[in-house]
Design a protein around this ligand. Structure first.
Ligand code: ADP
Length: 482
């Protein structure tokens, strides 16, 4: 199957593949080669308004379907995505750069949200609550919030769409999606699969644009949008929150992270090394749950750094379509510049690189996997989200020190630690200030589990049986005069 079978070049509004109203187009490039893949519709504020109007018109009939009907249509969507998984993965690797096997993993992971929420659609139970009045009964019912706007990032061009669209549709809400300007093709392909599945017009709309601010402002301020679901930087999350203030939008925000990865003296060091490899280098370090700071206890520090460096030396950098490649390119020149800046700052403040700390000769956007040891505690790399294949490793003395260092961040998304001491496992899991904790595990994401952060990492949870609640309102009905 070739990517041509799933490649779309127009925005998808009200069930039609359309040019933007201004007739503009913008180019999508392959980050591994710099080659232009295609050009697509560059939508404006006016197109975003049309998409919201289409979603509004689609809301009542979609919500009026029985949960089983919505479930069946979504299940078809899931099946069609899986039928096309190879082409979708190739398209994803072409526009985003991640190795093909990883892209295929993302398509399946993304599809799992469609499958899961198709099932959950039928379990949006309400309650009958013990009454406070003999002649009345208290009912609590759940209803869809209304039109949802979603703004998504480039690091998971497929899964970040389905993670929002699936619970929205299951709850009975139509959705208008603005995918990231670097990777809109996977979003369009997913909408195409939805069209093939028979999802009614207006229920899913994709507004592709290079004008994030202009279109984003419409989506986050429009009175007919009830809820905004955003994944991206904390900086843009703040803008979205401010934009939504006048109309009191419901918000789900999955923002930046600064995940600590702690290895205690009593850990299985080899397991911790494997976990660190996965947690740090998957997607070339470009996930919000990637280990950002590695804290290793003094007694095993040298052993860990040595074993970790040996494993990292085996990681192959290259084009997504080459065999055995583990690290693809970074997404764009800004990403490479930021990584270079953070590594430079750490080296200036006394760190040394056991491996990497340089661009790769594979192409403009490739950066070699890097380990920095003896990183100063005031290095920027410990405070800012790196979003690149760089692992700063810091020595700590005791448990209290590790917890204090880990929690010294305004972010609170994921945290990881390795220990075999059951008492310590409980203490540290409870003490870490984050929404997701991996204990002796470096990768935690699963559709069955709630994904989301505390502190300035966001609001709300995606996935799990809690995930549907973000798209539902509670309505309390007091039934009196009985
Ligand atoms: P990243 O740093 O990962 O690129 P961003 O937060 O910049 O994350 O981008 C995430 C999403 O937010 C993208 O779809 C992007 O186009 C969008 N975006 C960027 N700026 C704005 C804005 N001012 N209003 C709404 N959306 C925006």
């Amino acid at each position: 199957m070739s990517i041509k079978t799933v490649l779309k070049q127009h925005a998808f509004i009200n069930g039609e593949w359309v040019e933007g109203s201004g007739g503009d187009r913008f180019e999508i490039t392959n980050p591994a080669t710099g080659e232009v893949i295609t050009s697509i519709s560059d939508c404006s504020a006016q197109d975003a308004q049309q998409a919201i109007a289409a979603a509004k018109a689609a809301f009542k009939p979609w919500a009026a379907k029985t949960a089983k009907e919505r479930c069946q249509i979504m299940r078809r969507w899931f099946d069609i995505v899986i039928e096309h998984e190879q082409a979708l993965a190739e398209l994803l690797s072409t526009e985003q750069g991640k190795p093909l096997a990883e892209a295929l993993g993302e398509i399946r992971y993304g599809a799992a949200y469609i499958e899961w929420f198709a099932e959950e659609a039928r379990r949006a139970y309400g309650d009958i609550v013990p009454t406070h009045k003999g002649d009345a009964r208290i009912l609590v019912m759940k209803q869809p919030v209304g039109v949802v706007a979603a703004i998504t990032p480039w690091n998971f061009p497929n899964a970040m769409i389905s993670r929002k669209a699936a619970p929205a549709l299951a709850a009975g809400c139509p959705i208008v999606i603005k995918p990231a300007e670097d990777t809109p093709l996977s979003a369009l392909a997913l909408a195409y699969m939805a069209e093939l599945a028979g999802i009614p017009k207006g229920v899913i709309n994709i507004v592709t644009t290079s004008k994030a601010q202009e279109v984003g402002e419409v989506l986050t301020t429009h009175a007919d949008v009830a809820k905004v679901s955003f994944t991206g930087s904390t900086e843009v999350g703040r803008i979205i929150m401010r934009n939504g203030a006048d109309t009191i939008k419901k918000l789900s925000l999955e923002l930046g992270g600064n995940a600590p990865f702690i290895v205690f003296d009593d850990a299985d060091v080899d397991r911790a090394v494997d976990g660190a490899l996965m947690s740090k280098y998957r997607n070339s370090g470009q996930t919000c749950v990637c280990a950002n700071r590695l804290y290793v206890q003094a007694g095993i520090y040298d052993e860990f750094v040595e074993k970790f460096s040996a494993k990292v030396a085996e990681l192959k950098v290259g084009n997504a379509f080459e065999d055995d490649v583990v690290l693809g390119p970074l997404i764009n020149t800004d990403a490479v510049a930021k990584v270079e800046e953070l590594v430079g700052d750490a080296l200036d403040k006394g760190a040394s690189a056991t491996i990497g700390a340089s661009k790769s000769d594979k192409g403009e956007l490739f950066y070699n996997p890097t380990i920095l040891r003896d990183v100063s505690r005031d290095a920027r790399v410990l405070r800012e989200e790196i979003f690149g294949p760089v692992a700063p490793v810091i020595k700590f003395e005791d448990e209290a020190d590790a917890i204090a260092l880990a929690n010294d961040s305004e972010f609170g998304l994921a945290g990881y630690f390795y220990s075999k001491d059951i008492g310590r496992v409980w203490r540290v899991a409870e003490a870490l200030e984050c929404g997701i904790v991996g204990v002796n595990e470096g990768v935690t994401s699963a559709v069955e589990a709630p994904f989301g952060g505390i502190k300035q990492s966001g609001l709300g949870r995606e996935g799990s049986h809690y995930g549907l609640d973000d798209y539902l309102e509670l309505k309390y009905v007091l039934m009196g005069g009985l």
